[in-house]
Ligand binder design. Structure first.
Ligand SMILES: Nc1ncnc2c1ncn2[C@@H]1O[C@H](COP(=O)(O)OP(=O)(O)OP(=O)(O)O)[C@@H](O)[C@H]1O
Ligand SMILES: Nc1ncnc2c1ncn2[C@@H]1O[C@H](COP(=O)(O)OP(=O)(O)OP(=O)(O)O)[C@@H](O)[C@H]1O
Ligand SMILES: [Mg+2]
Ligand SMILES: [Mg+2]
Lengths: 257, 257
């Protein structure tokens, strides 16, 4: 059965895109078929996977607003077999206003994924840093939410709002939705701050927190400038090894559910 | 004359809040009277300035939606004389939907600041990571935009969209608006990536880029957990010294304009 996972957190810069891109790559390298859907108008996930996304070009906007089938806009990775991406373009910036007027405004992405002719095992959706209609579409289309949490203080503040939004979506729009896992990101073992935040998150979310924390590693920040996931850019780096572990743990959890 | 500055960039986690909080503190410590307005429902700037902001409590939401005067919701800093904050609460999360229905939806904040009975020399607005109606309100209320740019690759991607949004606002909604300055943040001199991004930004924006780049410094990330700007939490840290410099440079630019 196809697993639809959405990577969400309205706090900015916590590693949503880095997690979506590298998790998708790691699952594909383990032999799964994976499609990453970029739902952020900035198109960072498209860039991170090396997929061109000029404004006006084919993108998730055509599926979300224009009703065009996802198989017509998906682009295979040039590097990793089994990996593909539905890119985002700047056209998506206006989508939230256009969606407001549609009767099925929260379910457009879900309908597109249900009609998606693809043998993908995983669909991973990268969300923008907000809880607007784009993220709501992802929460309505997914069975699980993966929440990246940066190991810094400000990142703790928005968690209550995120959890209550997920609960509201489960109660009124998508009863299958659940918090699948929490990934600690940018963990810096040299600082007390990272340790404190990690402990706080673990005491709150318990077993949902993945046992692998992704360390802060500059190779992760460099890889996008080459349009490659860190898994192919520098497979021996700590960042890459961490995402291989995260993928292994997540695949095991999905198999159990 | 009162300078209204908005700190904006739709890319998440680039240091908007850290810049708004520490710039406000640094300007106040130089003797100016400063009010920081938190326009992000997560309330990070309120936390960073040590101001309580429980849901339902007095906040910028009351001024933006309820039309209540800003002087009724502003809170003086307990630590730094001359510094005050208009806090944000979770109530702000629903504001964008409520604003859509109002005829003067882009100008609510501008009207509130124009009616603000205060002797403040500077009003600094911290924006959420999006280009929705909250950020549009800030762009319509401000004379200058301060754009923090993290020295990493993904942060370059959204700049075109941000600049064209500012130009559209200047053309149709606020002719006085201009890009006041660009602040490079989280600069890590040990990595090639930081250097490359900094050069790219300088070649694009030229003299608008402040000569002080804010270094990556864990003290900046620790300070919010004590509810204090880094300027009082650890005045000798590199992060604090950098924001003192940023404030000096910005004050000189404001004086010249
Ligand atoms: N573990 C890490 N170590 C070092 N840098 C990282 C790590 N994870 C992400 N980064 C870098 O930090 C920045 C923020 O990460 P990213 O863009 O993935 O976050 P995001 O949550 O998707 O941001 P946004 O809220 O804008 O969508 C990027 O420049 C990225 O390259
Ligand atoms: N120069 C710096 N050195 C180290 N850490 C920093 C620096 N500037 C900001 N930070 C930390 O990086 C994280 C992101 O910064 P901040 O929250 O200020 O960005 P933002 O643009 O306001 O994010 P958002 O898009 O969510 O509003 C925070 O945890 C902050 O403490
Ligand atoms: Mg992202
Ligand atoms: Mg912020």
């Amino acid at each position: 059965e196809r697993q639809v996972l959405c990577v969400a957190n309205q706090k900015g810069g916590v590693g949503k895109t880095t997690t979506a891109v590298n998790l998708a790559a790691a699952l594909a390298l383990r032999g799964a078929e994976v499609v990453c859907i970029d739902l952020d108008p900035q198109g960072n996930a498209s860039t991170g996977l090396g997929v061109e996304h000029p404004p006006g070009g084919p993108s998730v906007y055509d599926a979300l607003i224009g009703g065009c089938p996802l198989q017509d806009v998906v682009v295979a990775s040039a590097e990793i077999p089994g990996l593909a991406c539905v890119p985002a373009t700047l056209d998506l910036a206006g989508a939230e206003i256009e969606l407001v007027a549609m009767p099925d405004r929260e379910f457009r992405l879900r309908a597109a994924i249900e009609g998606f002719e693809s043998s993908a095992h995983y669909v991973i959706i990268d969300c923008p840093p907000s809880l607007g209609l784009l993220t709501l579409n992802a929460l309505c289309a997914a069975r699980e939410v993966l929440i990246p949490i940066q190991c810094e203080y400000y990142a703790l503040e928005g968690l209550g709002q995120l959890v209550s939004t997920i609960e509201r979506v489960r109660a009124h729009l998508n009863p299958a939705l659940d918090i699948g896992a929490i990934a600690l990101t940018m963990f810096d073992g040299r600082t007390r701050l990272s340790e404190q935040v990690a402990q706080e998150v673990q005491s709150h979310f318990g077993p949902r927190v993945l046992s692998t924390a992704v360390p802060r590693s500059v190779r992760l920040a460099e890889a996008p400038s080459y349009g490659r996931p860190v898994l192919t850019y520098d497979p021996a780096s700590r960042g890459s090894i961490a995402y291989v572990e995260v993928a292994r743990e997540l695949a095991a959890r999905c198999a159990r559910n």
